[in-house]
Structure formats: structure tokens, C-alpha cells
Design a binder for this molecule. Structure first.
Ligand SMILES: [Zn+2]
Length: 117
């Protein structure tokens, strides 16, 4: 559903624009790198599409969006083992306990912004 990605794209654009130093005249962003967890429910091509629409006439217009997909890792609170999962499991395979917490897999964040020269 595209409205979901539109909201995310808007937030990312706001963060990106806020992080451009104020002393740069006519800033132009060349590349935006993102980390997106596999469980963040973001469809990459929809996000890219929304990003292109809302960055028109902003310093981010025509910036390349580079998305790194982050796998889902969880940790068992009881035995402290950490492992990677493919889907929404959440039971520890080591001690068979259900007290697991997610370490990565839901993030949606900007890792870097490159300004054009
Ligand atoms: Zn365990």
C-alpha cells in the first residue's frame, strides 16, 4: 500500500533536510543511504517512487536512494544467544524459551547523506 511508504518517505525527507548544514548555499544531495529492516514492511520500489515525487524542488531532488536491507536478528533473554531469523518466529532454538527480543529487523533509518560538490 503506497500511502504507508509515502508517510515514511516524507519523514525520511524531513530528517534528511534537517541534517543538511545551514551554511551550505543551495545544497544538493547526491545520495541518501538507508537501512531498512526486513520486518519494517516497506516495499522498496514504492518507497523509491514516493521519494522521487516528494523530493521534487527540494535539495533532495534526483538524489539516489541506496537501500540496505537489514536481516532480522533476535536474542534470547534467558540464555543470551543471538541468531538470525527468516520470519516472525520467536522461540529460542537453544533453550526453547519464548523470551526473545528483536535486535534488528524493524529499523528504518538514514545512515548517510552525500552532498553533491
Ligand atoms: Zn535461549
Amino acid at each position: 500500500m503506497i500511502m504507508h511508504e509515502m508517510g515514511i518517505a516524507q519523514q525520511l525527507v524531513n530528517i534528511a533536510i534537517d541534517s543538511i548544514p545551514d551554511d551550505i548555499e543551495n545544497p544538493k544531495v547526491d545520495k541518501v543511504s538507508l537501512k531498512i529492516g526486513r520486518l519494517a514492511s516497506v516495499v522498496e520500489h514504492s518507497l523509491t517512487f514516493c521519494f522521487e515525487i516528494i523530493t521534487k524542488d527540494t535539495p533532495l531532488e534526483n538524489a539516489r536512494l541506496v537501500i540496505e536491507s537489514i536481516c532480522v536478528t533476535v536474542r534470547c533473554i534467558d540464555c543470551k544467544n543471538e541468531w538470525e531469523v527468516e520470519g516472525p518466529v520467536f522461540k529460542c532454538p537453544f533453550c526453547e524459551d519464548g523470551h526473545v527480543e528483536m535486535l534488528t529487523g524493524r529499523e528504518i533509518e538514514i545512515t548517510s547523506l552525500e552532498l553533491a560538490e
